[in-house]
Design a protein around this ligand. Structure first.
Ligand code: GLP
Length: 243
């Protein structure tokens, strides 16, 4: 694992964007695994800027997102589909047909997940997977559980995740209770993984992921078994490592 501690969220975002930019420059037809949430938002701002400056060309890039809420309309302001359009896709020269997100509008879980898993394989797998980390150590929407789920699946969100994500919705009742997510196996098949952690509320989960046992009770801990993982954490997220 390559571990980088940086000062703050801005520094984290710039470094993360640099890693993604290097991938885009070195392999212009790469498959990028993308994440949503507040953590990567500023990373995407750098990518937008560097595209605008003529540094990054996304015309042959393909993207697969980690997850999407189940039963949410694409045009809902809180769908991950909308998030990706607003934060990245609408501002760069990526082709819409090269961007993939689980279909949250389709409530046939088996069909959505099978199709999505097959789609990722058809693209040849993920070259670089960007990940955030949940306060409970989840990656994508793989919540703490008794076993690692291998493939894309439908998950019931943990109460703590609904609690954490309600800040984005008008009312807590509006947060979907289920989501589609890449499985742990899907994530672990990526050639390279970039994990970002920012803020004190991530300190405990990050420390457990990097130092605790590898267990489905703390899904991010599995990343220690991957051969090419880069972790970028700001000082607040890193603070648990110094106790
Ligand atoms: C969300 C997403 C994850 C994300 C995590 C952290 O629920 N499904 O992919 O990494 O929780 O989100 P944030 O970056 O907003 O803290």
């Amino acid at each position: 694992m390559n571990l980088y501690k940086v000062k703050d969220y801005q520094a984290l975002s710039k470094k993360a964007a640099s890693v993604l930019a290097a991938q885009v420059i070195l392999k212009p037809d790469a498959v990028l695994g993308l994440a949503t949430g507040s953590t990567p938002a500023e990373t995407y701002a750098y990518l937008r800027k560097w595209h605008e400056d003529g540094i990054l060309d996304f015309s042959e890039i393909k993207t697969v997102n980690l997850d999407e809420y189940k039963g949410i309309a694409k045009d809902n302001s809180q769908s991950y589909y909308t998030f990706m359009k607003e934060h990245l896709f609408d501002h760069i020269n990526i082709k819409a047909q090269n961007t993939f997100i689980p279909d949250g509008e389709d409530t046939d879980s088996n069909s959505v997940c099978e199709k999505y898993e097959a789609q990722i394989m058809q693209l040849g797998g993920v070259d670089l997977q960007l990940l955030g980390i949940g306060r409970n150590g989840h990656i994508g929407f793989n919540e703490p559980s008794d076993c690692f789920m291998e493939h894309c699946h439908c998950v019931s969100l943990a109460e703590s995740t609904i609690e954490a994500n309600k800040r984005f919705f008008d009312r807590a009742e509006d947060v979907p209770k289920q989501a589609y997510t890449m499985g742990i196996g899907t994530i672990m098949k990526a050639k390279k993984i970039l994990l970002l952690a920012s803020g004190k509320e991530k300190a405990k989960a990050l420390c457990q992921a990097l130092r605790g046992p590898v267990t489905p009770g703390l899904p991010a801990s599995i990343l220690r078994l991957h051969k090419d993982v880069t972790v970028i954490a700001d000082e607040d997220a890193w603070s648990g490592m110094e106790l």
